[in-house]
Design a protein around this ligand. Structure first.
Ligand SMILES: N[C@@H](CCC(=O)N[C@@H](CS)C(=O)NCC(=O)O)C(=O)O
Length: 247
C-alpha cells in the first residue's frame, strides 16, 4: 500500500472529538482497515497538507480511498454508508438533535478556559495570537489555499473565544450542567437508554465526551448522577470502548 492509498484517521489523543472519531471506527469494528495517525496540534493541523484535507484545521479527519471526510458527524454518516450494517442512525432527527446538544458543550472551555473574571489569560492570548499570525502567513504563501485558510481563521477565532472569554466559560459550564441533568432524566425515562430506539451515534458522542470529562476534568463529575454513571460504566465495558481507549 502506498502512503496515498492508505486509509487514515488523523487524530490527537488528547482531543475530545478525536475520541469520538476513534470510537466510531471501533464500533464499526473496522479498525484493521484504518491507520490511526496522531498529529501534533498547533503544527500539522495548520500546515497546508492538512488544511487541504480539513480547512477548519481540526481533528479528527478521516481519509478513505483518497477521499477526505472532516467532522465527526460526517464521518459517522460516511462509515455507515460504506460499511454495512448501518448502526449510527444519523438520518434520524432525534439522534441528530441529541448529538448537537453534546457537540454544543465546548468542554475545552471548561478545562482550559477563563474560569474567573479576573484570571490572567495574557499568556494564552499571546500564544493564540502567534498561532493566528502563523495561519495568516501560511495563507499568504499558499494563495491557492486562501479560501481554506479563511475557514481556518474562523475556526481559530472561535476557539480563541472559548479559551479567553469568561462569559463563554460560564455559558459552557451551564450548558454542561443542563445536558447532564437532561441526560439523567432521559436515562430514567428510557430504561437506561439514551434514546428509546436504542444504541446510535448519540451514544458514541455521550460516552466519548463523558470519558474525556472524567479523565481530564473531574473524575467525580457523575457523583450526584447515578443513572448516568451506571450508563457510562455499561458503555465503557463494551469491547469497542475497551479496545479503543484502554489497550
Ligand atoms: N465539529 C468538529 C469539531 C472538531 C474539533 O473541535 N476538534 C478540536 C479538538 S477536540 C480541534 O481540532 N481543535 C484544534 C484547533 O482548532 O486548533 C467535529 O465534530 O469533528
Amino acid at each position: 500500500m502506498t502512503q496515498d492509498s492508505k486509509n487514515i484517521l488523523y487524530y490527537n489523543p488528547g482531543s475530545v472529538f478525536s475520541n469520538v472519531g476513534v470510537l466510531l471506527i471501533y464500533q464499526k469494528n473496522i479498525q484493521d482497515q484504518f491507520e490511526l495517525r496522531p498529529i501534533p496540534m498547533g503544527v500539522d493541523n495548520i500546515s497546508p497538507w492538512y488544511i487541504k484535507l480539513n480547512p477548519k484545521g481540526q481533528v479528527p479527519t478521516l481519509v478513505h480511498q483518497g477521499k477526505s471526510i472532516p467532522d465527526t458527524l460526517a464521518i459517522a454518516s460516511y462509515l455507515d454508508e460504506q460499511f454495512k450494517p448501518s448502526i449510527f442512525a444519523t438520518e434520524d432527527s432525534q439522534v441528530l438533535a441529541l448529538i448537537e446538544q453534546w457537540r454544543q458543550v465546548r468542554v475545552l472551555s471548561l478545562l482550559s478556559g477563563m474560569k474567573t473574571a479576573t484570571q490572567d489569560v495574557s499568556q494564552m492570548a499571546a500564544t493564540l495570537e502567534a498561532s493566528r499570525q502563523q495561519v495568516e502567513n501560511y495563507a499568504k504563501s499558499n494563495p491557492d489555499l486562501a479560501e481554506a485558510y479563511k475557514i481556518r481563521l474562523d475556526a481559530h477565532d472561535d476557539r480563541s473565544k472559548i479559551l479567553i472569554d469568561h462569559d463563554a466559560y460560564l455559558m459552557h459550564k451551564e450548558r454542561l450542567t443542563k445536558l447532564l441533568d437532561n441526560t439523567e432524566k432521559a436515562l430514567l425515562d428510557n430504561n437506561g437508554k439514551l434514546l428509546s430506539r436504542g444504541q446510535t451515534a448519540a451514544d458514541v458522542y455521550a460516552v466519548s465526551i463523558l470519558y474525556w470529562l472524567k479523565s481530564k476534568l473531574d473524575k467525580d463529575i457523575l457523583k450526584s448522577r447515578p443513572t448516568i454513571e451506571k450508563y457510562y460504566q455499561e458503555q465503557a465495558s463494551s469491547p469497542s470502548f475497551i479496545n479503543a481507549f484502554k489497550k
